[in-house]
Design a protein around this ligand. Structure first.
Ligand SMILES: [Fe+2]
Ligand SMILES: [Fe+2]
Length: 230
């Protein structure tokens, strides 16, 4: 997936979108929290994610600018999802404990994915250095969320992490299920178009061949019924 520079550019663009989304959600979380320290940390986190988005977008533009013409737009985002961030989380409905637990797991997953991306990018040192730079921030995000979760929820930390993990697993399952449903729907449509439709077209064509050509005189009996004066 990262071998082709054009696909790499498209992938970085999608990463940029996810990072920017995460940044917006964290800015909202900073507005909503009543904890002064968390507000500062959420704001710093939001700024980091915005900066990551800008770094990915700039690099994607450089990579994509070196290509012209149309290329395949097929992307399998769940195979290389980048940082999933807050991923459909409704910030307004989450308390700080659940938010920190979810963030901690997301940042940890992102950090381990970015280690892999960085390791396979030897052929593109510029993109590699961007991943290395972002990875440092992701490690900070992963650590501060755990420290803060311990601070505000020392007794329920394990429970919060368990529920956050279950939620992430459920969402992962839904993503795969939706992808499979889309694939199956596509296959059914193709079969309908190339197998069922030609079959009915053939039957209709044969039936049309049996029909007499041109005007056909109706039987006198029927004709008399047809006339309003007859
Ligand atoms: Fe990030
Ligand atoms: Fe992050």
């Amino acid at each position: 997936m990262f071998r082709d520079a054009h696909r790499r550019g498209r992938k970085l663009l999608s990463f940029a979108e996810t990072e920017a989304d995460g940044g917006r959600d964290l800015a909202r979380a900073a507005e909503l929290t009543h904890d002064a320290l968390l507000r500062r940390l959420y704001l710093r986190h939001a700024l980091d994610e915005q900066r990551h988005a800008a770094l990915f977008r700039r690099r994607a533009e450089v990579l994509l600018a070196s290509f012209s013409g149309s290329r395949s737009s097929f992307e399998v985002s769940w195979l290389a999802p980048g940082e999933r961030g807050l991923d459909d989380l409704r910030i307004e409905k989450e308390n700080d404990e659940d938010l920190l637990a979810f963030l901690h797991l997301s940042e940890r997953a992102a950090a381990s994915r970015f280690v892999i991306y960085e390791s396979v990018l030897d052929s593109d040192p510029e993109t590699q250095s961007i991943f290395a730079e972002i990875l440092r921030d992701e490690v900070f995000h992963m650590n501060y969320t755990e420290v803060q979760l311990r601070r505000i929820s020392p007794k329920n930390r394990g429970k919060r992490l368990f529920f956050a993990r279950a939620t992430r697993l459920w969402r992962g399952y839904l993503r795969v299920a939706m992808l499979l449903a889309g694939l199956v729907a596509g296959i059914v449509l193709v079969v309908q178009y190339f197998v069922v439709l030609p079959f009915f077209a053939l039957v209709a064509k044969r039936a049309a061949r049996r029909e007499p050509v041109g005007f056909v005189s109706r039987s006198p009996k029927l004709a008399s019924f047809g006339s309003q004066y007859g």
